[in-house]
Design a protein around this ligand. Structure first.
Ligand SMILES: NC(=O)c1ccc[n+]([C@@H]2O[C@H](COP(=O)([O-])OP(=O)(O)OC[C@H]3O[C@@H](n4cnc5c(N)ncnc54)[C@H](O)[C@@H]3O)[C@@H](O)[C@H]2O)c1
Length: 250
């Protein structure tokens, strides 16, 4: 039986990378998914490919009006979301911390952290009424075991990881579960920014050496974790920083 049969989900950044992996697995497992992304071309193409159980809404997660319109479109198109995956994220390039400018810092915190504030305002009242809901925030191993050159990004992900635990404590009595998913470096568009050098086999060696299982994170790894944590099989799991990291954070 499909693990998310009948569920309604919003996946931000759902058109590419980890988010695309989550979108595909959720639809495969019976959910209806609103793909929320800045990238209209990719989002529309993915929604068209996946058919009537996918809907694309163009959205900048750092904008409160965009988030409100996204949630309204979900409610109108599919219904109140059972699952919200706050996955959209961005980073500065790997570089000495004092080289990152203020505008880059502000934009990154708006996309990675403030988006969760906006989304909470939009969906928690709806989930409270239903006395259930699942919120998954894509944090990172960066917020647990930081690498040099990514200081401000690491801080934003530390905030995501901690917010997830704090939300879990506060929203538990409402039947709302909140967990952070913490991937290690992955095979997505962000990889070169994290590495700070071109993505070549030689340059990957240094990073692979820090991951005991010896490979980078794949969208399917994150998607399978997001499937479990959103499913009823995880009904008693909340407030967890769930590493998807090949033992990087041990
Ligand atoms: N790739 C990694 O190594 C890695 C590791 C740990 C955590 N993460 C986190 O995983 C999440 C997904 O990253 P990814 O690697 O799949 O990135 P990606 O760049 O491959 O995909 C991100 C998607 O989010 C969209 N997006 C970006 N900013 C947006 C915004 N403001 N509003 C709406 N959509 C927006 C992009 O258009 C893109 O489709 C991020 O939160 C990232 O910080 C990534």
């Amino acid at each position: 039986m499909n693990q998310l049969e009948g569920k309604i989900a919003i996946v931000t950044g759902g058109a590419a990378g980890f988010g695309e992996g989550i979108t595909r697995v959720y639809v495969r497992e019976g959910a209806r998914v609103v793909i929320a992304d800045l990238d209209g071309a990719k989002g529309q193409a993915l929604a068209a490919e996946l058919g009537e159980r996918a809907l694309f809404v163009r959205c900048d997660v750092s904008s409160r009006p965009d988030i409100d319109a996204l949630v309204a479109a979900c409610v109108a198109g599919f219904g109140v979301p059972d699952i919200v995956v706050n996955n959209a994220g961005t980073t500065h390039n790997n570089q000495p911390m004092l080289n990152v400018d203020e505008a880059t810092f502000d934009r990154m915190f708006a996309v990675n952290v403030k988006s969760i504030f906006h989304m909470a305002h939009a969906v928690v009242p709806l989930m409270r009424k239903q006395k259930k809901g699942v919120i998954l925030n894509v944090g990172s191993t960066a917020g647990i075991r930081p690498r040099p050159g990514l200081t401000w990004y690491n801080g934003s992900k530390g905030a995501v990881n901690l917010l997830s635990k704090s939300m879990a404590v506060e929203l538990g009595p409402d039947g709302i579960r909140v967990n952070a998913i913490c991937p290690v470096m992955g095979e997505t568009a962000l990889l070169e920014k994290f590495m700070g050098v071109p993505d070549t086999p030689e340059n990957r060696v240094r990073f692979l050496a820090t991951i005991p299982l010896g490979r980078l994170c794949r969208p399917s790894d994150v998607a399978n974790a997001a499937l479990y944590l959103a499913s009823d099989a995880a009904e008693f799991i909340s407030g967890v920083e769930f590493p998807v990291d090949g033992a990087r954070t041990v």
